[in-house]
Design a protein around this ligand. Sequence first.
Ligand code: NAD
Ligand code: ZN
Length: 377
Amino acid sequence: MTEKVLVTGGAGFIGSHLVDKLIDQIGYEVSIIDTLEPQVHGNTDHPPDYLNKNAKFYRGSVTDYKKLEDLVGESDVVFHLAAMVGVGQSMYKIKKYIDNNILGLAILFDILVNSNHNVKKVVLASSNTVYGEGKSHCDTCGLVFPELRPSDQLKRKDWEINCPKCGSKVKPLLTDEKSPCNPSSIYAYSKLAQEKIGLMIANTYGIKMAILRFFLVYGTRQALSNPYTGVCSIFSTRALYGKPPIIFEDGKQSRDFMDVKDVCQALVLAMEKNAANGEIFNVGTGLPITIAEVAEIITQKINPNLKPTYDQHYRIGDIRHCVADISKIKNKLGYSPTLSFEEGIDDLINWIKTQKKDIKEPSHKAMQELKEKGLLK
Ligand SMILES: NC(=O)c1ccc[n+]([C@@H]2O[C@H](COP(=O)([O-])OP(=O)(O)OC[C@H]3O[C@@H](n4cnc5c(N)ncnc54)[C@H](O)[C@@H]3O)[C@@H](O)[C@H]2O)c1
Ligand SMILES: [Zn+2]
């Protein structure tokens, strides 16, 4: 029998790629509920052109109990991806992030507990941001989990992390799922709350649930109109307009960037494998890359004459390093990332070139808003 799958947020960047894989590669029936958030999709009544024509699209919010209840009632599997996703923006649109992200998840689980349904699995998209600073090593104290860098340290432009025990500089390690969570934005808190509420109810009622903590994802269909997300799309769009990437701090902060195809691989494994039930998995490449390297690779590919701007600005709440330890998902689910940053990023760049006529020249709107709120220094 064909599985019926509900993808919340399925018109978005990651969701739409997942929908394609579920329909075209696996042959499932897919329904989507998505608000078409204007910040992501522009002002429109219609789902984006890229959306799979064989998916059933419902415009609506996961906070609409009745609408979600009807869709959950027809589904065998639910992928919960609907969310507001701007880390910086969440620090001043607090209610919006709590409403969409936490209330939305609470309603989904209320339905799973109280309504008739045949849902066999729920897969939740969480985020690396739940960790805050990643796991680190101090030559004197060994393994440590540093807090966010204090503001007086950042004011001195002293970027690297100090050991929380002895104060000397630490080296970043790969962060595993057992690392303590230390969210540093409302967005990150909302993702951690989704995890905790979901797991608590799933364990209480025997609902099968898997949680994936995505690190940073890039690929085609990443919102170009949304100035609050996606450093790769921001750098690429700027470069296409002949504008250099603007780099915060000294550019040596490291991250884990992965191709959206690899995220979809992980999502499908989490759905299919019983070993995923009740578990939390990092999804990334396990390979650190600095923001300066990201800027360099992107400008080389689009406009090698551009030199990145280093103006020593920094954002309050930004972490310095966080790269995934992906041993757990490799060992338990057989996940294996297929694309390096250099290989995967070409898809995004080539796609952005085709979109250029529709994208506005990059503005400083997001930076201005952060500045006004005192979050960008
Ligand atoms: N892109 C990344 O790097 C990344 C990293 C970690 C986690 N995630 C998580 O992955 C998921 C998908 O993110 P994305 O990058 O595809 O973002 P996106 O903004 O492209 O997609 C999210 C979709 O959810 C929809 N949406 C928002 N609120 C909704 C609501 N209340 N009801 C229904 N739909 C709603 C939006 O319209 C959008 O289409 C999110 O849960 C996000 O937290 C993304
Ligand atoms: Zn120390």
